[in-house]
Write a protein that binds this ligand. Structure first.
Ligand SMILES: [Zn+2]
Length: 333
């Protein structure tokens, strides 16, 4: 049994309370390799932003759960070395799908877990989430639950269509389960192809897809039911078109990849939404930078020469999100 406090991590409780009061959101960035983690920590340290490191099911099978947890421990030390005196770093399980998995994360040093029972019948979601909360809270580990279903594909989590969270269920769910935060569905979506072309309109000038707006009326109704309660948005990558263009320019093929406009995420950050999950954007930046090196220097074979530029581009991306979208810079001095 390793408690996260011994390795310098924090849970989300205080962080979320401050974010709601201050009208900003905490970035939750997924990682499954060293370059991503370095970029996340560097960007967070340079901007003094609290940060959530997320480990998904796909990341655990790709990189190994134990190794990722030691990398997070290393991240705290690295942050201090970069001159960040009091790093506020959360290690969070993304989309936990069983009590056993959540327990194993709590037992090995995670400071926060998500139990995603959103695909289960309502009563089963309540029971499973309650079971995880009872265990996690013994060790002061915070728990995120989910109501409503997001469309899209994220590692092994996928759904054909979305079902918005029902505002009439949120009081009952949070009271019965005791969760610390609630992931909701208001039209965000997993992956780099968040919307089908037929769901979008096209900008006549650029020919690019314009996605349907998020359901802010559903968010508002939830906030009326749960004043001041921490809300989480999954699937909130913006799919920056500059990266998509770079990928396509250098031999990739990603037609009509589209995400959530940053203006809408900026608006959400000012509300009770206090955690915004971003994964695809970092994958796009990584891939765009690597493709550029391969196209321009076909003789290059040292991974540092293409993973290095990828890391630099991800640092830029993370800093942009922190400063210009979520507003979390300067909140963890
Ligand atoms: Zn998700």
């Amino acid at each position: 049994m390793v408690n996260y406090k011994e390795i310098g991590l924090v849970n989300t409780r205080e962080m979320f309370a401050k974010a709601i009061k201050g009208g900003y959101a905490i970035p939750a960035f997924n990682f499954n390799n060293m370059e991503q983690l370095q970029a996340i920590i560097k960007a967070s340290a340079e901007t003094k932003s609290p940060v959530i490191l997320q480990v998904s099911k796909g990341a655990r099978s790709y990189a190994n759960q134990t190794l990722l947890r030691y990398m997070a421990e290393g991240a705290v030390a690295y942050a201090k070395e970069l001159g960040w005196e009091h790093p506020q770093i959360v290690l969070h399980l993304d989309h936990g799908d069983s009590f056993e998995l959540c327990k194993s994360c709590v037992d090995t040093g995670f400071s926060s877990v998500m139990i995603d029972g959103s695909s289960l019948p309502y009563d089963e979601n309540v029971a499973l989430t309650r079971q995880v909360v009872e265990y996690a809270h013994k060790y002061d580990v915070t728990v995120e639950g989910e109501l409503g279903v997001l469309a899209g594909v994220e590692d092994e989590v996928s759904s054909e269509e979305s079902h918005y969270t029902k505002p009439e269920e949120v009081i009952d769910f949070t009271t019965k389960t005791g969760v610390d935060s609630l992931a909701i569905s208001i039209g965000t979506s997993h992956g780099a192809y968040k919307f089908k072309p037929e769901q979008c309109t096209r900008d006549p000038k650029t020919g690019r897809l314009v996605p349907p707006p998020l359901a802010f009326d559903v968010l508002d109704a939830i906030m009326v039911k749960l004043p001041g309660f921490p809300i989480v948005l999954h699937g909130s990558s913006s799919v920056p078109q500059e990266y998509v263009d770079m990928i396509n320019q250098y031999g990739g093929k990603m037609p009509d990849a589209v995400g959530i406009p940053e203006e809408q995420l900026r608006q959400a950050s000012k509300s009770a939404v206090c955690k915004i999950n971003i994964d695809s954007d970092s994958r796009l930046a990584f891939t765009a930078a690597v493709r550029k090196v391969f196209a321009e220097k076909p003789a290059e074979f040292d991974p540092r020469k293409y993973c290095g530029p990828a890391r630099d581009l991800m640092v830029e991306l993370y800093k942009h999100k922190i400063i210009n979208v979520l507003g979390s810079d300067g909140k963890a001095l």
